[in-house]
Design a protein around this ligand. Structure first.
Ligand SMILES: *[C@@H]1O[C@H](CO)[C@@H](O)[C@H](O)[C@H]1NC(C)=O
Length: 741
């Protein structure tokens, strides 16, 4: 190492240490709340019934129902030329899936096309489309005007009420509603605007300014679930399985559930605050009818309120089946309405219907379903060899040894610190000889260093995300000054995938797999520790429009890299921290940087169950807790529970004490060994469940109510869960407790 590099490293180290000192616990003020987020504040202030849009020109076109949404006063207004109608499309798909799209009319010249998230809906989905031939019009009891009605699936109809506009699914015959949109008249759609003379839309948060060149462009609306006792889903939050209300008389939370992928240091264990991933998919379940679902394909920041009973007491709007209805309110900063309604009626039906849109989960390799040993960091080759042999000595099985960021040459991914890891291939071969694998970390922040070939090439080819003024975006992360490949662009994803070939990734072998961290993306000096919203991607898409999917595209490109490397014969393994709808097709995810606390052990269960419900069967929490030093009892309990996570990995922060399973005395080693042995005994069962998930979408670990949908007592239980349909697991989440009551 050259002396000046050593100094640079020392400087970086000091800087990062400072960073850590300042983030020893969750810093609420680093992050925006709803009141500091103008679109959220505006949307939340709206009153029920304030939407005055009518559906007009309702016709069948190309097998879909289409309509124009116009404001009520449009026909009478003097200056009605000013108001551009919105276009509404209702499409029907097999298996009880209704799709609703609402966007500006491109022929009326909005300044730019609004972003529609590509590559999430699987191509096969379009084969499921039902071509509509007939539409009937009637005035439904209680309405003053007509509705258009179409047959959706066995026993279900989709209804578009014209005035005021409302979309819902109801049961045929009984007419009972299942799920509806805009029943409370909260729908709002802010059209894009070209900046006029003197207009100023800049927004500031802390020291960052967002230029917002197209002005406010948010969308919000209410969605109601009928015959629903609880709603679930919309990860990722560290909170209960059954979602608590966020608004209404006497509710505990005041913030909506936020979906905004963020690198949150030491997240707290019971909060609607958004963390690393976002899946805008909500599921309702109730004893009287069953399950239904709603998915909004939109990758901008989203905020979702679950309304408590009585929130609309004086709105003057009355809806059927008052008692068992759950109202929710969805707000997004940008994009379009591209929403899917799923009729169920069972929990497994809803998950399958959702996956007909976003794809079935990938089938993992057998080794990936076993136990993984990770730490920031296994220092060098000697450390790796030592840990590996101690597992054998202590008769504890493990399958994968992980290397965190310190294995690289100065956080230049795809390189090795040749002082610490002089023989990476030999090291991997030694592990492979025992049937073991290695995983190295590859993050999206590329060190801005002209001698680093990945950076050189990305710069030359113009592959980086641009800042608002069109230069390569430059942010601070582990590697210091860094830029981020624009993963929205398929050409760049393909280039990225090629980085994983044995030729490009020098020192990699066929037994090496990959871990994607920091892909929210994390930017230490960016607003809320991420990329500015006015940064620019492929096709002039603003970062605000795709933020929640950036990590998804990164995960996709990395997984495709391993597929290419193996010439399609080798199933990839890539773990990702950031996630979005569809991540199930690309690999595993984990719940990020948790803490060595009993509360984090407890919340890992609803977090993993929620990910499974929303399509991601392959997830787990860091066993032992990432931050802090677990007491031996907590560590043992974590192994005993973690042995049933679909993804079973121990991991620990750089500053924690070593905690390999044999370091806590004979008795604790024995308990941990037993827990890991149980997992290994069950691996054929787990592997079979992964195949079941791969073909039917049903998650590997399941909330009790998924297996016992009419047992009311299970609906809000998130301490116990099912592994498949045959094993019930009850965790122990408290010190000094030896059985669950
Ligand atoms: C199952 O997993 C494989 C391998 O990841 C994937 O190619 C396939 O699309 C998945 N789904 C089904 C239904 O087989």
């Amino acid at each position: 190492m050259k002396p000046q590099m050593r100094n640079l490293n020392l400087f970086l180290f000091l800087l990062l240490s400072l960073h850590f000192i300042s983030v020893l616990s969750w810093k609420r003020e680093e992050f925006r709340n709803c009141n500091q987020t103008p679109f959220c504040k505006r949307a939340r202030a709206r009153k029920p019934g304030s939407c005055s849009l009518l559906a007009r020109h309702v016709i069948i076109s190309d097998g879909d129902v289409t309509a124009k949404l116009l404001p009520k006063n449009h026909e009478t207004s003097e200056d009605h030329h000013e108001i551009n109608p919105l276009l509404l499309t209702l499409s029907l798909y097999q298996d009880g899936v209704l799709r609703l799209k609402i966007d500006e009319d491109p022929s009326l010249g909005p300044p730019k096309k609004r972003f529609e998230v590509p590559d999430v809906i699987v191509p096969e989905f379009s084969n499921n489309k039902l071509w509509l031939q007939r539409i009937s019009t009637e005035t439904i009891d209680g309405d003053t005007g007509p509705s258009s009605i179409v047959h959706l699936a066995d026993g279900y109809e989709a209804v578009l009420r014209h005035d005021p506009f409302e979309v819902y699914v109801r049961e045929k015959g009984s007419g009972n509603r299942v799920i509806s949109l805009n029943s409370h008249g909260l729908f709002d759609f802010e059209p894009l605007t070209a900046k006029g003379e003197g207009e100023e839309w800049e927004e500031s948060f802390r020291e960052n300014t967002d230029t917002r060149p197209y002005g406010p462009q948010s969308i919000s609306f209410d969605v109601s679930f009928y015959a629903a006792d609880f709603v679930y889903g919309i990860p990722e939050h560290a909170t209960s399985l059954a979602l608590k209300p966020t608004r209404g008389p006497g509710v505990e939370y005041s913030e909506p559930y936020r979906l905004f992928n963020l690198d949150v240091f030491e997240y707290i264990h019971d909060s609607p605050f958004g963390i690393y991933g976002s899946i805008p998919f909500m599921i309702s379940h109730g004893k009287s009818r069953g399950t239904s679902g709603f998915f909004w394909l939109n990758a901008a920041e989203m905020q979702i309120d679950v309304m408590g009973a009585g929130w609309d007491a004086d709105s003057g709007i009355s809806l059927p089946s008052e008692k068992t209805r759950i109202d929710t309110f969805w707000m997004s900063e940008a994009g379009i309405v591209d929403a899917f309604f799923f009729v169920g009626p069972g929990p497994k039906d809803v998950v399958r219907q959702y996956m007909s849109v976003t794809g079935m989960p990938a089938m993992p390799q057998l080794f990936a379903t076993a136990y993984h040993q990770c730490r920031w960091n296994y220092r060098d080759e000697e450390d790796v060899e030592d840990v590996d042999s101690k597992f054998d000595e202590h008769n504890i099985p493990y399958d994968v040894l992980w290397l965190d960021i310190e294995h690289t040459d100065g956080k230049r991914y795809f390189t090795w610190d040749r002082m610490l890891f002089p023989h990476p291939e030999e090291m991997q071969r030694k592990l492979a000889a025992k049937g073991r694998h290695m995983v190295t970390i590859v993050d999206p922040h590329i060190k801005r260093d002209d001698s680093y070939n990945v950076h050189k090439e990305a710069t030359k080819k113009g592959y980086y995300v641009k800042d608002a003024s069109g230069n390569d975006f430059d942010g601070w992360c582990w590697s210091g000054s860094s830029s981020y490949p624009d993963m929205l662009n398929p050409e760049i994803r393909s280039w990225w995938a090629d980085r994983f070939s044995f030729e490009h990734y020098v020192g990699s072998t066929p037994s090496l797999y990959i871990w994607n961290d920091m892909n929210e993306p994390s930017v230490f000096n960016g607003p809320e520790l991420t990329m500015p919203r006015d940064a620019l991607h492929y096709g002039d898409v603003e970062h605000r429009e795709l933020h929640n999917a950036y990590g998804y595209y990164f995960h996709m490109a990395t997984a495709n890299g391993l597929v290419k490397r193996g010439e399609g014969k080798d199933r990839p393994f890539v773990l990702s921290r950031a996630l979005f709808a569809g991540s199930q097709r690309h690999g595993a995810v984990w719940t990020g940087d948790n803490s060595a606390e009993w509360d984090h052990l407890r919340v890992s269960v609803p977090m993993v169950l929620t990910l499974g419900l929303t399509g991601l069967p392959f997830s787990g929490a860091d066993v032992g807790g990432f931050f802090g030093n677990p007491e031996p009892e907590l560590l043992v309990r974590w192994y005993q529970l973690g042995a049933y996570y679909p993804f079973f990995r121990a991991h620990a922060h750089h500053d924690t004490k070593r905690r390999e399973p044999w370091l806590f005395g004979e008795r604790n080693t024995e308990l941990i060994r037993d827990a890991i042995h149980v997992r290994y005994t069950l691996i054929p069962y787990f592997y079979t469940l992964f195949r079941e998930a791969n073909t039917s979408g049903v998650p590997v670990v399941r909330p009790l109510w998924m297996e016992f949908p009419s047992e009311e007592a299970t609906f809000s239980n998130d301490e116990a869960f099912m592994v498949g349909n045959s094993i019930l697991v009850q965790g122990i989440y408290t010190e000094d407790i030896f059985s669950a009551s």
